[in-house]
Write a protein that binds this ligand. Sequence first.
Ligand code: 3PY
Ligand code: MG
Length: 264
Amino acid sequence: MKTNPVRAKLKRGEPSVGTWLNLSDSVGAQLMARTGFDWLTVEMEHSHATFEHAARSFGIIAASGCVPLVRVPFNTTENIKRVLDTGAFGIIVPLVNSRAECEAVVRAARYRPVGQRTIGGQLGPANFATDAATYFEKANDEILVVVMAETAEAVANIDDILSVPGIDAVFIGPNDLHASLGVAPAFDSDLPAFNDALARILASAKKHGVAPGIHVADAAQAKRRIVEGWQFIAISSEVGMMLAHAAQVVKDLGLGSGLAAVKY
Ligand code: 3PY
Ligand code: MG
């Protein structure tokens, strides 16, 4: 059975860098899987991606030697079960605000005795290049489970959340976190409440043996966050990189303002 090199890196305390796939385009997934990022996350929370698109992308990404992850639309058993049973190597669950919500993630994502994931689907074993029995035996050791901290409520409850057994990483959504603190969404800022929240989450993650992660805008921010001790780093998205480059070209040629309709 294939292993999950992203989970292994995080367990060793190393950083792992990937990006988001927002365009719901499987050719884009195929091309991005060859660029050298450790992992690619199929975006289902804020995109038009269907479960069918996600399943096809997981296969394409895994076959290219990259690690297919997915951000589910919301924290439900149905969402988590369907993406794992169709071959994702890991899940990123948005808006996990309490211990009970984190326990629900683990229940859905881990087989017994850690959780209560139910049995089924062909694509999980297929993407891990194994049979159903081996996948069932080993999945708990390979599937990456990431919970998102992106509200003031999550920051207040962070020790309760990160002490739940069965999670591998915590991932900050800086845009929603800024919004929850009452200011405009941003990847980074000087806002003391934002920086205090990050320090608190980083310390709690280290204390509980959970890899800390964050979404950043570019390579410079990624390097800075890695030096600070963040491990699970997402840089922008495929469409973010595409539009940033296109906007710069347009601007350099004096053809327009270079405005691009992208957040990440
Ligand atoms: C946010 O910034 O809120 C995110 O969810 C990034 O992934
Ligand atoms: Mg968010």
